[in-house]
Design a protein around this ligand. Sequence first.
Ligand SMILES: [Zn+2]
Ligand SMILES: [Zn+2]
Length: 97
Amino acid sequence: MNHQGRDVWCEACQTTHVARPCQSCKAEIFFALSHNGRRGPYDVAVVNVKGPTVGWRVEDGVARKQSGGQAHESHFATCPHANQWRRSRPPVQGGGS
Ligand SMILES: [Zn+2]
Ligand SMILES: [Zn+2]
């Protein structure tokens, strides 16, 4: 498998994301762990989150829910081929505890 990505500095998160194309829609996404230890895809593009829209920012390596400001959207929400994501889950590595 070839999982090359490119490092993208993110102003919103103040950290670097490894951007790679979504295998379904080719949008640029990155993977991050959420607070419950699940790895999920997020849009590299940052949007201004407010109201009912939920956004995510990576802090200390963990994606945290944001209700305002500059944040990423979950790619599950924006991918036009999200159905395929559910069928073929990305492999989850490790999981010590
Ligand atoms: Zn970010
Ligand atoms: Zn996609």
